[in-house]
Design a binder for this molecule. Sequence first.
Ligand code: NAI
Length: 305
Amino acid sequence: MIPVRSPAMAQLGFDGKVAIITGAGGGLGRQHALLLASRSALIVVNDLGGAVDGSGSDAGAAQLVVDEIKQAGGEAVADNNSVATADGGEAIVQTAIDAFGRVDIVINNAGILRDKTFHNMTPDLRDPVIDVHLNGAFNVTKPAWIRMREQRYGRVVSTSSAAGVFGNFGQTNYGAAKMGLVGLTRVLAVEGARYGINANAIAPLARTRMTEDILGGLGDKLAPELISPLVTYLAHESCAATGRLFSIGGGRVAEVFLGETNGYFDAALTPEGVADNWATVTDREGYSVPANLAEETALFLPFLS
Ligand code: NAI
């Protein structure tokens, strides 16, 4: 595979577009903030500054990243509200409006972990994880969305995970939230289409405090800054992709998609008919990749007409 590097391609610039990046006091979010700021985006560096499990808070984390951006000649403002409440989401968007007068880009990145096997999963482990990842994206994107609709432009990039999309031991809370973000993204793409708003999701793999204990030797190859080029492209106005999910890590970027087999049809379907034709039901030859519900429904039509 030969990388295509066009010397003629102008650098993707953001020319004063305003980006909210949640959880940007460290890890991946910090890298997104630094890269977008270096491309002339105005940044809201949001971070509660707590531990990996979501406990505690520290206003210093976001401010440090703001200082870093300013030292490099960029523009940024710190915000320490939690994404986990509707009030927090409103306040984060208000920070963008107060500092820069608008919001063009939301990068839903804040996250916590409370891993436990499903049979030991309790509400105190489940709810905060869903509140930060899934409800957090609702809480921040909603007030931004109102403005994006008005200005007929917006970019939303949400951080999903292979742990939810593909499954991983001990992460029902996290996996459900992360796959929930895929559903949110797909519906936002449908609803945003008329308003110039694109929504996409990423499933990253990188060395951060969240993953440093589990990546082993591979961690050396998975620098967190290698996630930000994809996020930056998805946040750019030249990127037409919407409703899509991308896997990214260590310099490799790929698309993850939901496919549907052609299926088996019998107008008088029985349980035995399903069992007998399981190979046809699950035959992935010639599968389809519907972009939305309407395209999925259309797959029934050849059988029903
Ligand atoms: P991280 O722990 O360094 O970053 C997460 C940030 O979110 C922290 O700075 C934390 O203070 C902040 N945060 C937590 N709760 C918050 C809240 N309620 N409000 C505002 N900020 C809050 O970890 P990392 O790896 O940078 O994670 C970033 C995102 O990427 C997360 O959503 C994570 O689930 C996701 N992810 C990361 C992977 C990896 O390989 N590092 C793999 C798959 C997903």
